[in-house]
Design a protein around this ligand. Structure first.
Ligand code: ADP
Length: 392
């Protein structure tokens, strides 16, 4: 089957076409600056990258270019060759605990959830509509960032705030990155041949979250009502005392939205280092003796380590720890430091094995109490695999 995996943002659209069940990637690409001028798209095909500057007035135009590229490059002969499309949808609220086929009812529900994800869900909906208009006969599937985390218990997903906030407005922890954590859990469970694994999955990228999984069920995760909480991220603060918000509003004469924007876009590695949100720049800063870069990275590592220790406790002892996403897969020093910081759990790194980027690898030593793996994530493939399962 030829299945397209789609991730639509407010001004971008990323896609990957897979052949399943072979899991073969046929073509991928990104449309950027949709509707804001100077738009273009890049396509990766047979190891080659092509860039074309085109006028992309809306997502519908991008979808038409995409279909044209698929046929021109003989990836498909006709639109009938496309078996299904899987869309990333950020927020499924409490309505969806797994991926679903998109129909009119779905569109209604997802519209009603815009309140909970005011930036992401409308963008995802725009993408879905563009594909439904262009390819009305191809089945489409929604894969949610939140769905995997729906197994959390009330003790974990509730905040200790007035209970009515939860009942009236759905104020609770939802968690995100679920598609990545689910892919990691599936990959490591299949590799080790077990379906009862207790996994601590560390997704460390621009956005970062940890997830404690017991036999395929999420016990807890570090992001919350929104992706702002939990770990220190590229530009997000992670956990902070909410009283800081009115305090800064007052001091800097800012609105609540402006302060929230600071917490989302100007905090984290960027906020502490004052240099960059990108861990490669932070690493370079550390090499050049920049103390604030060192401080930012140390704060990130300690936060991750403390969450690992907490999740190890919640799981009653983890069977495996995994690292994934941009930093988790590539930053050798960050992994090394995090593992040093959880030494009390009996976790030990093998420095030689840890000298690896972006490859599935066991990086702990033979006498480590908990084995540690680098497991590259692939959310696009997970979306295509869900699409395959739902329509085959
Ligand atoms: P997103 O959350 O946007 O999907 P990614 O998972 O791609 O982000 O992660 C981006 C982060 O990964 C950036 O901080 C980037 O610096 C980091 N990263 C990517 N490659 C490397 C590398 N070789 N060494 C260190 N960090 C890296």
């Amino acid at each position: 089957m030829k299945l397209l995996s789609v991730n639509a943002g407010s001004s971008s659209l990323k896609f990957t076409l897979f052949e399943l069940p072979e899991k073969k990637e046929l073509i991928s690409g990104t449309f950027e600056k949709i509707g804001i001028g100077n738009s273009f798209y890049t396509i990766k095909l047979n190891g080659e990258k092509i860039k074309r500057e085109v006028d992309l007035k809306d997502h519908g135009v991008a979808v038409n270019y995409l279909i044209e590229e698929l046929t021109n490059n003989k990836i498909i002969d006709s639109l009938d060759d496309l078996d299904g499309i899987g869309h990333r949808v950020v927020h499924g609220g409490t309505y969806y605990n797994q991926s679903v086929i998109i129909d009119d009812k779905f569109m209604e529900v997802i519209n009603s959830l815009i309140d909970l994800a005011p930036i992401h869900n409308p963008a995802n909906i725009t993408g879905i509509k563009a594909f439904r208009d262009a390819l009305p006969n191809v089945p489409q599937i929604a894969v949610f960032d939140t769905a995997f985390h729906q197994t959390m218990e009330k003790t974990e997903y509730l905040y200790a705030v007035p209970y009515e906030w939860y009942e009236k407005y759905g104020v609770r922890k939802y968690g995100f990155h679920g598609t990545s954590h689910r892919y990691i859990n599936k990959t490591i469970s299949e590799y080790l041949g077990r379906d009862d694994l207790k996994v601590i999955s560390c997704h460390l990228g621009n956005g970062s979250s940890l997830c404690a999984i017991n036999a395929g069920k999420v016990v807890d995760t570090s992001m919350g009502f929104t992706p702002l909480t939990g770990l220190i991220m590229g530009t997000r603060s992670g956990d902070v005392d909410p009283s800081i918000i009115p305090f800064i509003m007052d001091k800097e004469n800012k609105t609540c939205d402006q302060v929230l924007n600071d917490l989302n876009k100007k905090s984290g590695l960027l906020g502490i280092s004052g240099v960059s949100s990108d861990s490669r720049d932070i690493e370079e800063g550390i090499e050049n003796g920049n103390e604030r870069c060192a401080l930012a990275n140390e704060m990130l590592c300690r936060k991750v380590a403390n969450y690992i220790a907490m999740y190890n406790n919640m799981l009653g002892g983890a069977d495996v720890i995994t690292f994934t996403a941009g930093i988790g897969e590539n930053s050798i020093d960050t992994r090394k430091r995090i593992i040093e910081l959880v030494e009390s759990l009996g976790v030990k790194l093998d420095a030689e094995k840890n000298d690896v980027r972006g490859k599935f690898t066991l990086i702990s030593s033979d006498d480590s109490k908990i084995p540690v793996y680098v497991v590259p994530t692939n959310e696009e493939l997970m979306i295509a695999m869900d699409t395959y399962e739902l329509i085959k």
